[in-house]
Design a protein around this ligand. Structure first.
Ligand code: M6R
Length: 366
């Protein structure tokens, strides 16, 4: 059932070229410049005219929501708020009939996410669901939605569900940008072609496995990790840290790289591994300075860079090269080495990767 892999998590990491493809299949045909999502089409006008989009989710799904905030605001110019479902539901939030609330959940059974969408529904908002489990409670409670087609995810640590969610959210941002006229045709076509090439690039990123095993060996006994990223890679930093702590029990924190100066920089010494996601994008120069700041305090930098980069590799202690893509799609690639890093470190520490202590696959109680 694990298809020859030692753990479900590893199998699911390796399934990503396929699960990403399945999540865009029939929804994107770059050759004919065609995009189609029935759930979105039904509510296209409402979506396009919404005052704002509120995304509610927990854990990894919340990280996918953060990526969507960057995507939708940039491509479709609709204000987006991303909320922890547990906070949103108890805050007496302001919700109107002109809001669209998007609930993201792999299992479709997360108690807080379900309660948050029920609350929004009672205030008249339109509820859109992005779930992986067909017929789940959240999927049934929404007005419309789009399934991720990641297939069953068994490992408690979410991997292929995250990349499938980001794929679907990217398509939604592109559809909305097209409808609202905020996404130029040339840029749209570029993004469509890039998105189609992502499964093959994920396949390539998975080949980094041996190199990541070596790095994992070096850092497996660390007690703390810091993950830094900017822009589209900021949510990926959060996701990398969550993956590491939940399965290896090593304390890890994810931060927007610029926030480092406002506190976490005090933690950096020669013992501190700092994973910096520093791919070539609009914030590249800024992240170069952040790497310099970490090195000046003797932190150990593990950098995720774009293939062919020479600047960051000249400063970092360990370098992991991933394929180039548009910054809008980078989370789909940059998260892969972080999933593998947490997996290998956890295995080396003898942890139960598929069923970490104290955690359940779906959190059906608040
Ligand atoms: O099923 P959901 O997507 O609603 O689950 C949300 C979180 O419980 C989940 O992502 C959790 O954070 C994972 N264990 C992270 O790997």
């Amino acid at each position: 059932e694990k298809g020859g892999y030692e753990h479900f998590m590893l199998k699911e990491i390796y399934e990503q070229p396929r699960s990403i493809l399945d999540s865009m299949r029939g929804r994107l045909v770059a050759e004919s410049n065609h995009m189609m999502m029935s759930g979105v089409r039904e509510y296209e006008n409402k979506f396009a005219n919404a005052d704002r989009i509120i995304i509610v989710a927990c854990g990894t799904s919340w990280h996918a929501g953060l990526v969507a905030e960057y995507l939708i605001e940039d491509l479709a110019r609709i204000p987006v708020e991303v909320e922890y479902a547990s906070e949103f539901r108890y805050r007496n939030p302001i919700i109107t009939e002109k809001d669209i609330v998007v609930a993201i959940s792999q299992s479709g059974e997360t108690a807080d996410t379900l309660a948050a969408l029920e609350l929004a529904k009672s205030k008249g908002a339109t509820i859109f669901g992005i779930c992986n489990v067909v017929g789940s409670s959240i999927a049934r409670a929404t007005d419309a939605g789009a399934y991720t087609h990641a297939g069953p995810e068994i490992g408690v640590a979410s991997t292929k569900a995250f990349t499938a969610q980001v794929t679907v959210l990217t398509l939604i941002a592109m559809i909305l940008g097209t409808k609202r006229g905020t996404l130029e045709t040339t840029k749209l076509h570029q993004l469509m072609a890039e998105l189609e090439s992502i499964p093959a690039k994920v396949e390539k990123a998975l080949k980094l496995d041996n190199q990541i095993v070596e790095i994992s060996e070096i850092f497996k006994d660390a007690t703390n990790f810091l993950y830094l990223g900017r822009g589209y890679n900021f949510p990926v930093a959060l996701e990398g840290a969550l993956k590491l702590k939940e399965i290896s029990y090593i304390h890890a924190e994810g931060y927007p790289a610029a926030e480092m100066k406002h506190g976490p920089i005090a933690l950096i010494d020669e013992q501190m591994p700092v994973v910096v996601i520093a791919t070539k994008d609009s914030s590249y120069d800024k992240i170069v300075s952040n790497v310099q700041e970490v090195k000046a305090r003797k932190g150990k930098v593990i950098a995720i860079v774009t293939e062919g980069d020479t600047t960051i590799p000249s400063m970092a202690d360990y370098v992991i090269e991933i394929p180039e893509t548009s910054e809008h799609l980078m989370p789909l690639l940059s998260v892969i080495p972080l999933q593998l890093l947490s997996y290998h470190i956890a295995v080396m520490r003898g942890c139960n990767v598929d069923q970490p202590r104290n955690l359940a696959k779906s959190v059906t109680v608040e």
